[in-house]
Ligand binder design. Sequence first.
Ligand code: TRP
Length: 339
Amino acid sequence: MTQTTTARRRIFSGIKPSGHLTLGNYLGAVRRWVQEDQDNADALFCVVDLHALTVEHDPARVRRLTRQAATLLLAAGLDPERCTLFVQSHVDEHARLSYLMECTATDGEMRRMIQYKEKAARERSSGTSVRLSLLTYPALMAADILAYGTHEVPVGDDQTQHVELARDLAQRFNQRYGPVFTVPRATNPRISARVMDLQDPTSKMGKSHAETAGIVYLLDEPEAVRKKIMRAVTDSGTEVRYDRTAQPGVANLLDVLASCTDGKPEVLAGEFTSYGALKKATAEAVLELLRPVRARHAELCADPSYVEGVLRTGAERARGLARPRVDAAYAAIGLLPPA
Ligand code: TRP
């Protein structure tokens, strides 16, 4: 193959420290970063703390969740020898480039983003004012991606629209000012699952949800994990079938079980004759999967200087990669380089 002569693919992905990491984050994204991306590409993983400031926030909590997310990513198996792990705000290039993206994007483009429309509507209806950064968020996300010459962005489908915008902005910038940016594309997870809320199996198991009974957090005590899964909403009926439309609750449990055990949900369905047995098996499989992650997390918490060192080294490498490209963008758009 001629692969060896081409440069390694660069992958960038981010995780927002706006809540505790969930089983949904793990099975939907992080596990693939660990098992595939860090070995097959030059991968950068970023705890995107600036993005956690777009809605009302508690400063101490964001700080704590940022450290915790980084620690959990290491506990889950990201290896600083094989990938670059860092915190977004440690690398000035993100904010620097974000401004140029705001000068490349249009107001209409930003207002069309589905996530903005949904979140802004939710905030307004609860009487909270909407931060301007919620609107400009995709410009910062485009900067995250474009600063590194990223080829691929592994994200869930709720982020595809933002990655497409980053593509448009890269192309537009290159056309107007010269070829500075690589045009990225979103990749959809092959080995990952879309995990739904256990109490509301038609909506995603998200970390910023207010109601937590349907969400399994990676750091939940085993007893809490068991309880949440045993109390998962199932469907009326008694038969265990894999049918996402007719039986979303049961299908979600089968997806989680399949994802934990590398099985197929359609096949697993045939192995259970009651919802109770399915829940029990799913709970045990999840606990088995999380046990080593929790153990490693506890070890890492006892050694905070190790985690700090990883983040320092990660930020240094990231800075070195981003700086020349962002400088080139500044020059191309017409800003006088400092002497
Ligand atoms: N917007 C993403 C999310 O909410 C997080 C994110 C920020 C991201 N910047 C990114 C993901 C760059 C991929 C690439 O999940």
